[in-house]
Design a binder for this molecule. Structure first.
Ligand code: SME
Length: 165
């Protein structure tokens, strides 16, 4: 069992979330189980999040993986939406107002802002971590930093459990 111990200081809270993610990944061998728990962890730690989860790159499409939130589009084509952009650019993408992002894919009409972190396994994009918020300009550079760190931990975990291929 993992304790969700939230703190008021955003950096301390994010550090706690990241440490718990590391412990979760260390104790697991199955990628679906681990990613499911990480999505629940993020949703529990961060305020004002209506969707948190993963899309996995399969061929050219991003296919829905473990998540917390309302049902979402199960497949995102190459370069589509904020998720496709993050894959193409190989770096995190934050959009403060999804309605101003050309090509944004609306899965939950409540979503107002979004952050997408690409995940790498051995230098190749494996998928993305996607977070939506009903609040405009919800995501900070500090959150990007810690979520990117969590993404790196996930990449290392995937190399361990799924091999380096
Ligand atoms: N909004 C995303 C699609 C996925 S949902 O937010 C869960 C996008 O534009 O890529």
């Amino acid at each position: 069992m993992f304790t969700i111990k939230k703190e008021d200081d955003p950096r301390v809270n994010l550090a706690l979330m990241t440490e718990t993610a590391a412990a979760m990944l260390e104790g697991e061998e199955d990628s679906i189980a681990a990613l499911a728990n990480i999505s629940a962890l993020i949703k529990a730690y961060l305020e004002d999040i209506n969707w948190a989860g993963f899309y996995i790159l399969k061929g050219k499409d991003l296919v829905l993986g473990p998540f917390q939130g309302l049902p979402a589009c199960s497949r995102i084509g190459e370069g589509r939406g904020v998720c496709g952009r993050a894959v193409q650019e190989g770096r995190p993408v934050i959009t403060g107002n999804v309605r101003e992002f050309p090509g944004h894919i609306a899965c939950d009409s409540a979503s107002a802002s979004e952050i997408v972190i690409p995940l790498f396994k051995q230098g190749t994009v494996y998928g993305v971590l996607d977070l939506d918020s009903p609040r405009l300009n919800r995501f900070s550079a500090l959150e990007e930093e810690y979520l990117t760190q969590t993404g790196r931990l996930i990449g290392a975990f995937l190399e361990r459990v799924e091999g380096r291929g």
